[in-house]
Design a protein around this ligand. Structure first.
Ligand code: TXA
Ligand code: MG
Length: 347
């Protein structure tokens, strides 16, 4: 497989009308049609997209990311008419959720359609599907006229990209193109769920919160994996170390004083120490690098800036990052899930 591609770069203003006919979108869609892969924005994070019906395209996605082949991909669609080819059947519970949350950051795991490749599902009998809420993503899927398989457009193990420059850093020369549509809004990935009759199980917390789901389907639970880590996670991606900047993260649940104490100890040990905090608390610390990630009062801003902040620590070349914790409510559940997975130590 080719490892030094010339990666095309397009900047597209997502507020334009008729994006499906935008020359950059047409060019990118043609690349998808010839089974090559490109990165594009969604409302959550940038995706690395390829024709979901082509084993050749799927192999290129796994190769470019360095992704383990047992971690299945999410299929992105632009209209519900595309579902017929992707899934086998749509239970009533799923229909209600699609009506309520699509387009949007909700991925639904359903029985796999017979025509879909085992490469997409990593051999599972189920397939994950979502309709992204981003005009560029929707225009690209429509112009390509195929469902698009897309994991987050980062090298495996790195924080997901929330800006086209992150994609460039990870995948330049490894993919055919990058559509730059600016910073993504939500910043953490979609919520992955499974549904049974009248119940929903969250396999990965994300952009749609538990309480939002509960307004549509009253019984919402979490995969047993989140309760005792002895269980194998139903979302295979959850078992990998993810979202990690270069430096190890110490995730602390105490107040600013107890965080500062850890910073002092690490500095005494000769380490260059970074602190991940929020705008409200930047003046509470003395450390080598202090980065504010959104506002604690508005957790959605922490979600939006989390991955970019983790990547910024790489540029500052810190030896370790001491991070504040966040309440596990609303989008805070997804934020803490990602921080806990990124962290090497929890105090
Ligand atoms: O917001 C998002 O979901 C982004 C954007 C690009 O759409 N995509 C994304 O994809 O985060 P990825 O590949 O990084 O994560 C997909 C997650 C993984 O945890 C994977 O294991 C899970 O979805 N998944 C995929 N198919 C599944 C299935 N059939 N059953 C259970 N989990 C599945
Ligand atoms: Mg990912």
């Amino acid at each position: 497989m080719i490892d030094s591609l010339k990666t095309k770069y397009w900047t597209v203003d997502k507020s334009l009308d008729n994006l499906e006919r935008h020359p950059a979108i047409i060019e990118a869609a043609n690349i998808i049609k010839r089974n090559d892969v490109i990165a594009f924005p969604t409302e959550t994070v940038y995706g690395l997209g390829g024709n979901a019906l082509s084993d050749e395209a799927l192999a290129k996605i796994f190769h470019a990311k360095g992704r383990p082949s047992d971690n299945p991909l999410i299929i992105h669609i632009a209209t519900c008419s595309q579902l017929g080819a992707v899934v086998d059947a749509i239970p009533e519970t799923a229909k209600k959720l699609m009506t309520a949350f699509w387009p949007g950051p909700l991925t639904i795991v359903l029985a796999k359609g017979i025509g879909m490749s085992d490469k997409v599902t990593a051999g599972l009998p189920t397939i994950a599907v979502r309709m992204p809420d981003d005009p560029i993503a929707l225009a690209l899927i429509k112009a390509a006229n195929v469902p698009i398989a897309a994991p987050s457009a980062n090298r495996s193990g790195k924080p997901s990209p929330t800006d086209a420059t992150h994609v460039r850093l990870d995948l330049d020369g490894k993919i055919s193109g990058i559509i730059d549509g600016g910073m993504t809004n939500i910043g953490v990935e979609s919520t992955v769920i499974e549904c049974q009759s009248n119940t929903v199980t969250i396999l990965r917390p994300g952009g749609i919160t538990k309480s939002q789901l509960a307004k549509v389907i009253p019984h919402v639970s979490e995969d047993a994996y989140f309760i005792t880590k002895d269980h194998v996670p139903k979302s295979p991606g959850m078992k990998y170390t993810h979202y990690s900047p270069k430096a190890p993260i110490i995730l602390v649940s105490g107040d600013a004083q107890s965080i500062q104490k850890i910073v002092n100890e690490e500095k005494q040990a000769g380490n260059r120490v970074g602190v991940l905090t929020t705008k409200e608390n930047v003046d509470s610390y003395v450390a080598d690098v202090i980065l504010a990630c959104g506002e604690r009062q508005h957790l959605s801003t922490v979600g939006a800036e989390l991955y970019a902040t983790l990547r910024q620590f790489d540029l500052h070349e810190v030896d370790l990052i001491v991070s504040e914790s966040f309440p596990k409510v609303g989008i805070g559940e997804a934020i803490m899930n990602r921080l806990e997975k990124a962290a090497s130590t929890h105090l």
